[in-house]
Ligand binder design. Sequence first.
Ligand code: ADP
Length: 697
Amino acid sequence: MIAGRSDYDVQVLLLEDIDSDADLIREALQQSGIAAEVRQVDRRDRYVAELEARRPDLVLADHSLSAFRGVEALHLARQRYPDVPFIFVSGGFGEERAVESMKEGATDYVLKDQLGRLGPVVRRALDEATRRRDQERAEHQLRLLADRLPSLISYIDPDSKYQFANEAYRRWFGLKPGELTGKRIWEVMGQAAYEAIRPFAVRALGGERVEFEALIPFKTAGPRWVSASYTPDVGPDGKIVGFFVLATDITARKVVEERNAFLSEATGLLLSSLGYETTLVNITRLAVPRVADWCSLCFEENGRIRPLEIIHQDPERIARLKSILSRYPLPPDLSFAYPKVLRTGTWDLVSEVTDDHLREAARNEENFELLRRIGFRSLLTVPLIVAGRTVAALTLANSESERRFTREDVAFAEELARRAALAMENARLYREVRRESEDRRQAVEALRDLNEHLEQRVRERTAELEEITRELDAFASTVAHDLRAPLRVMKAFSEILVEDYSGRTLDVVGQEYARKIDRASDRMAGLVDDLLSYSRLSRQDVPIHEVDLEVQVDAVVSDMGDELRAAEAEVAVERPLPEVWANEGLLAQVLANLVSNAVKFRAAGRPARVRIRAEADVDSVRLWVEDNGIGIDRKHFDRIFKVFERLHSQEAYPGSGLGLAIARRSVERMGGTIGVESEPGRGSRFWIRFATAPENP
Ligand code: ADP
């Protein structure tokens, strides 16, 4: 920057003991258009005081004061203000002296007899000072900026030497300011790390802008993921004079990415199969070596801790650990690792495994040595909780690698355990559902079997019942037959007693007894007859024909003429009556029974009125026999159709109790049904339902 003539407004400290010379110098400055405020001093003490009072923009000094050497003045000024231009203005200043003073650090020199040069020399010195100050400020600002940035920034020259590094870079390598500059890359990060970045450095020094992400094995920090960009620095002559490094430690991000990828892979694995034991084993496999050197799953079963799986990349080491654990299982009351986790249901982290830990775990000296040789350095154990119960413990362990588990790894491990537990829960539910549906399937099959057999069983049972009924009927019939003969004898002899011995040896009372025996034997004979015809009913063939009801009803009523007249009963038949499918003999018997009952059970003091009528339904006919007799309570409707069931004493209404039973069996054998509607005191209405067409033509 070239300033205009009047641009300078400078503070000048002038060391000069000859006032006339000082005036000349002032004049020379003025003539050059330099607006200067000149403070003149002529002694050392004044000079020092002035320097201390304020910073001058320029020092002009005579080299040869009587009591104060110019070189000392130069040193004093440089000490205090290294960047303030210092110009010697002297008389008799030899070339040699001039060079020497420049070496001492003077900015320039001007001879008193050449004061015309003073203006340009001062201008140049001031310009230079300004330029340098600006540059220094810019550099300072840049450094400040670079140091504030979290990224690692450095500048490396073609000899692989650091020229610059920001604070973050230095701190990352654990170096103090100034410890880095001039060092070579491999001295700072180690040979292995240098080999890893060398191809990128070579490309940057070839003029290419390089960006990369790589896992670099640093000497002290261990393997770290780094994202870096190398920008070549091209000098004025087009040559590459170095390259800028901008790097970020992305290990944390990479770990998160890797773990997310791991978790989603693990989840996929867990969901892919419902055989959870295999799945869990697969997960432990997946974890090694991606997230740990070792991974194991332990269950507690009947108070014993059982390792389901132990995984390491080296099968020989797995075998070694398994044999140690089977000889010396970890004590159940151990204050860390899976015994603790299975006991407490909470995670456990041992960032640094120490000998103290091994001593607590070991049962004896040999056990301790064996465990030490395995070389566990870091352990992280989390519980697998299913339905609120800790069912297993998942352990991640590091031995040979530099990895150490920290508090930050806990959440990840817990998440893994949570997903694994979920898979176990799913597998359990699936098994239960499958078992249930299997049970249901078996039940349905059993039911189907049962249904298939049911009809068969009903048929068999019916046949059995029919057989039993037939046997009972046959028995009843035999008994009835066998009863007949002694009955006839009883009757014959009671008749003889009454007819031949009355009035002779048999008095009146005796005669009455004999008559009673005779009546009883009559009744018994009737019973036996009824029983016989009842039992015969189930065995005999019952051919069905079309029968004219009217003809049948008329025949029965006329046959009963004497009985009806004796009872002063009237029978009204509502004509016409239809034709029905029936057996004439049985029908006549049933009709006779119903009409006879209608007359027999008449109410006292009321002559019996019987009405016979028919009622047509869709495919059947109902024949009603209605009376105005004593009626029947609804609760007896069923009973009266059963064998020997009677509602009255023999004295009140004589009978065998078989009439309606015979009627029902007869009607059923004709393919019909029989029933009654009645209320006590309001007469009874018996009905028979016939088919209008035969069931089995
Ligand atoms: P019984 O030989 O006694 O008449 P039944 O089997 O014919 O035997 O009748 C059974 C019982 O049903 C009778 O004892 C009687 O109590 C009752 N009963 C039958 N028909 C009538 C009717 N028309 N009115 C009232 N009760 C009747």
